[in-house]
Design a binder for this molecule. Structure first.
Ligand code: DQA
Length: 146
């Protein structure tokens, strides 16, 4: 079984980008943690980061029948109908993760167009959210809660 860990625009800069919001853990460290948790849970975690909207759409399509997708869409969460439709189109449960508490920030971050079609949503838990997201995706909540 495979799970896709997908990070969107600007998340390649994790570790140095706005540490007050996103902390100092790098994307490579985040990916290593989630891969390790995957090994523990018996799934192969495949990691990808892209800045482009279409690339993210393609990667979601590629994981259509996987065990899950843990996705931080970055700013695309706030307005990308294309990414929303991709999430809606696939069988794989997609868990949306935001590192920061978007509701404590600018009002344009309070809307997510992808969240209504996601299987679950985690925000404001820092990079721990990615590990929580993996556990949640594997539960396939709400279709077959553990
Ligand atoms: C983010 C929140 C978004 O509003 C922002 O555009 C990001 C990161 C987060 O992880 O908190 O790029 O998705």
């Amino acid at each position: 079984r495979k799970v896709l860990l997908l990070n969107g625009p600007n998340l390649n800069l994790l570790g140095t980008r706005d540490p007050a919001q996103y902390g100092t853990t790098t994307l490579a460290e985040v990916e290593a943690r989630v891969v390790a948790l995957g090994e523990e849970l018996g799934v192969e975690v495949v990691c990808a980061q892209r800045n482009g909207e279409g690339d993210l759409v393609d990667l979601v399509h590629g994981a259509r029948d996987w065990a899950g997708v843990v996705m931080n869409p970055g700013a695309y969460a706030h307005y990308s109908i294309a990414l929303r439709d991709a999430v809606d189109a696939v069988e794989a449960p997609v868990v949306e993760v935001h590192i920061s508490n978007v509701y404590a920030r600018e009002s344009f971050r309070h809307t997510s167009v992808t969240a209504p079609v996601a299987a679950g949503y985690i925000a404001g838990c820092g990079v721990l959210g990615y590990e929580l997201g993996l556990r949640a995706a594997l539960q396939r909540y709400p279709w077959s809660p553990a």
